[in-house]
Design a binder for this molecule. Structure first.
Ligand SMILES: Cc1cc2nc3c(=O)[nH]c(=O)nc-3n(C[C@H](O)[C@H](O)[C@H](O)COP(=O)(O)O)c2cc1C
Length: 190
């Protein structure tokens, strides 16, 4: 076997980068998150893995809601800042233009997509909480859509790889999912 072992600190590759919005008492706060995934279809649920020491945990547990905001490539600087400095030490409320929807969670106006969630369940995993959020509403703008659907070429989201800790942009479209495989046959493999 010519495989090289990489240990247990290799996970999802790559990850999306989002800004998680919470209210710390009455102050909006944003933290950078890579550990996020869609985890259920009906009801629509998102899961985020958040270190217990982060101020955002206090906001989520106290208020029962949070938001997920997709930064675009231009927002790489402030996005990284929100992942370095804690709301316990700095006021991150003025970094972005804010808007609010139905839950009370602060959202980032400059984001291509914002999703507000109610806290559905909290699972204590040890170092982190897994917060499951039920999606209440999502917000975008016409400039990010093509024929009514979100267009990743217009959103220009950030991707993250760990443990090399690097940001990346999205590459080219390769094919249509749930379609290109229909023409595959095992004989083609050679
Ligand atoms: C690119 C990037 C991704 C991150 N992803 C996560 C994550 O998924 N979960 C987590 O707990 N912390 C993550 N962090 C660290 C937090 O964003 C960071 O500790 C932040 O300061 C916490 O903010 P808060 O204390 O205001 O909540 C990430 C940081 C960066 C730079």
């Amino acid at each position: 076997m010519s495989k090289i072992t990489m240990g247990d600190q290799v996970f999802v590759y790559p990850m999306p980068v989002v800004l998680l919005g919470t209210m710390l008492d009455k102050r909006p706060n944003f933290m950078t998150v890579g550990w996020i995934s869609r985890v259920n279809y009906k009801p629509p649920l998102l899961g985020v893995g958040i270190g217990k020491s982060h101020a955002s945990c206090d906001g989520i547990l106290e208020k029962g809601y949070f938001s997920i905001n997709y930064p675009n490539e231009d927002m790489i600087g402030p996005t990284d800042y929100c992942g370095i400095f804690s709301g316990r030490d700095v006021d991150k409320s003025g970094i972005f233009r804010l808007f609010f929807g139905e839950t009370g969670a602060p959202m980032v106006y400059e984001s291509s997509l914002s999703v507000e969630c109610n806290l559905e369940r909290t699972i204590d995993l040890g170092s982190n909480y897994l917060f499951l959020g039920s999606v209440v509403q999502s917000y975008t703008e016409g400039i990010y859509l093509t024929e009514g659907k979100l267009d990743i070429r217009k959103m220009l989201p950030l991707l993250l790889t760990m443990p090399d800790n690097s940001y990346w942009s999205v590459g080219e479209k390769l094919g249509d999912a749930w379609k290109i495989g229909t023409g595959y046959s095992k004989e083609e493999k050679q």
